[in-house]
Design a protein around this ligand. Structure first.
Ligand code: ADP
Length: 258
């Protein structure tokens, strides 16, 4: 009888504490939800004033008489407004991904044309650092996904590869069919990433080696968006790297054909 009573007592105690901890979680969850909504609303509201600022800078650029100082100031203003616009757009994407309010516009398509476009649009930035940027895609790579989001993914990885590669390096995007998967490989000859940072770089606002990263600019949000895009497409993303030699980001997506 004592044993049975003991078991009943422990059972009741566990039940009560589970109910209490569940109830205690309610206000915490609500607070997180409010915080996410705030970030989403704030970034949404900031988009309009930022685009007004950018067009005002452009208008000033066309109308004012320019001396060396004002040319410099206008260029700085444009650069900073653009940086802020990108930050706000990244924050909005992440807030919407948290609340599951992003609808993917899925279709069946080949990744190659979209990759060619990304390479083409990043070519000037690569050229300004004498970086050789190339694409290798020997076969078609058919996926079921949102072309705009997958293009954003490739863009983030290529942009990083160029940013974190010193002048004169190489960046290569390779698309490969491997079994029933499509592999997207972004390989660079850049500064590299330490093993202990392999997971953390996909966290929001995480940047390795603060002082070096600061000089390069960015807010540490690109890879968390990349991870979200990959995961919503039922894929995986990982990195392999050697300090001072370079990094390869590897994305695997389901092959639509197989
Ligand atoms: P950001 O580039 O804006 O800082 P990301 O989320 O895209 O943000 O990247 C997070 C961090 O991961 C970067 O700050 C950088 O330290 C590191 N990183 C990303 N890509 C590379 C790369 N190709 N080579 C070296 N480091 C990288």
């Amino acid at each position: 009888i004592l044993i049975v009573l003991g078991i009943v007592f422990v059972g009741v105690a566990i039940y009560i504490s589970l109910r209490m901890s569940k109830r205690a979680m309610v206000p915490i969850r609500a607070a997180f939800k409010r915080q996410r909504e705030f970030v989403g609303d704030a970034s949404h509201e900031l988009r309009t004033p930022l685009s007004v600022l950018l067009s005002s800078v452009d208008a000033m650029d066309m109308t004012i008489e320019k001396d060396e100082m004002s040319v410099k100031l206008l260029a700085n203003m444009r650069e900073e407004v653009k940086r802020m616009t990108n930050l706000v757009s990244d924050l909005l994407t992440l807030a919407r991904s948290d609340s599951n309010t992003i609808e993917l516009k899925t279709e069946v398509f080949d990744l190659r044309p979209l990759s060619e476009k990304a390479i083409e649009s990043l070519q000037p930035i690569a050229a300004s650092k004498q970086i050789q940027l190339e694409l290798s895609a020997p076969t078609d790579c058919i996926v079921l996904g949102d072309p705009q989001r997958l293009s954003q993914l490739i863009y983030i990885l290529l942009d990083n590869a160029i940013k974190y590669t010193p002048n004169g390096g190489e960046v290569k995007l390779t698309l490969l069919k491997e079994g029933n998967e499509i592999g997207i490989f972004v390989q660079d000859t850049g500064i590299g990433i330490k093993k202990e940072d392999y997971q953390r770089i996909f966290e929001r606002f995480y940047r390795t080696d603060k002082s070096r990263s600061r000089q390069i600019g960015g807010y540490g949000l690109g890879l968390s968006i990349a991870k979200w895009i990959v995961e919503t497409h039922k894929g995986t993303i990982q990195v392999s790297s050697q300090i001072g030699k370079g990094s390869t980001f590897i994305v695997k997506l389901p092959d639509y054909v197989s």
